[in-house]
Design a protein around this ligand. Sequence first.
Ligand SMILES: *[C@@H]1O[C@H](CO)[C@@H](O)[C@H](O)[C@H]1NC(C)=O
Ligand SMILES: *[C@@H]1O[C@H](CO)[C@@H](O)[C@H](O)[C@H]1NC(C)=O
Ligand SMILES: *[C@@H]1O[C@H](CO)[C@@H](O)[C@H](O)[C@H]1NC(C)=O
Length: 382
Amino acid sequence: MISPTLFPLFCALFLCLPVAIIFTVQREVTGVVSPEFGFRSLSVFSLYTRNVPDASSPAIPIRQPIPKDDEPLLRLASRVNPNQPPGSTRKLAFMYLTTAPLPFAPLWEMFFDGSSKELFNVYVHADPIRDYDPPFSGVFANRVIHSKHSERYTPTLAAAARRLIAYALLDDPQNYMFALISPSCVPIRSFDFTYKTLVSSRKSFIEILKDEPWQFDRWAARGPIAMLPEVRLEEFRIGSQFWVLKRRHARVVARDRRIWAKFNKTCVREDTCYPEENYFPTLLNMRDPRGCVPATLTHVDWTINDGGHPRMYEAEEVVPELIVRLRNTQPRYGEDGINGSDWSAIKRNDPFLFARKFSPESLEPLLGMAKSVLFNDSACGA
Ligand SMILES: *[C@@H]1O[C@H](CO)[C@@H](O)[C@H](O)[C@H]1NC(C)=O
Ligand SMILES: *[C@@H]1O[C@H](CO)[C@@H](O)[C@H](O)[C@H]1NC(C)=O
Ligand SMILES: *[C@@H]1O[C@H](CO)[C@@H](O)[C@H](O)[C@H]1NC(C)=O
């Protein structure tokens, strides 16, 4: 017989069991969990496991921390569920790849301010050999993942992006779109607009261009036949380093070893070595071209090319008209994907959500027009 005092406990246990199982299954699939964050999605689970008596509780997997080394990190991330838990809130993962304190942190702070904390996650990859003064604070505090040294003309920037993706996949099963952001990049729409645009998209946004100038030299940067046979010249693509990937494509990246092994090779020619602009477009174009809108939603002006750097807006140029002009620009679409036809022919016109590069001194004018222009979706300029 069950004693009267134990009876409610058994009822509670009985009622909790399905919940506990659901969470157990979900966490097993996703591989679980960050030591310092990732608790939010676990709180219900933790509550029940604490209250359920040991002897009768189902086998509960011990939470393991997210691995620090790339190999186990990517291996675990490659096994996550590519779909979101049904019915759960879709979240945006904002992934900042930086080697310096984020100059526009106060602006991003305003961007996130007022939106529900349940709609996004922030991750920072910060090269450990640099100093970060002032330290990351506010939404960026305690969001730095285990990072490694990363520099241009090497595969280390692409490796850092892969690390961010893997970490974000494991950290929260509700992460649905994964946006890579540079420190010189700013938001040019409200959070609501950005959120709605991204979570309603059935496709990733990633610039995928072919037959660009220097295609051969970029392909051959690791040696004339180094990419063969996995990546033939005609399969090689070029695109902006900054993209927004769907969860299923984030997992494609985490799973990929074959193509990454090629792009992870050391370049013999530095001046044409931009793996971060080649690896992601090439891989996704090989694996799922139809699942990608072949354009970036991060505006950049390459009409001025300053030693491999695009135009940088100085503080005095940063006026409302600039922001409105950037918003009104149409993205450039790659030609792959829809039977080789021109994307502009199908009349797509996706909105730019972010823009770069802005000089650190632009912070002040940007903050000054944040509410009236940057985060005002109906602002139409003077
Ligand atoms: C990428 O290359 C570096 C340097 O050769 C190596 O240490 C690292 O293990 C490689 N990573 C992968 C995932 O192959
Ligand atoms: C692309 O080609 C396939 C097969 O040839 C066809 O079914 C489809 O309608 C085409 N799509 C477009 C947008 O032309
Ligand atoms: C947003 O922009 C519109 C159109 O330019 C303007 O009328 C309105 O006052 C702006 N809103 C804010 C909060 O500044």
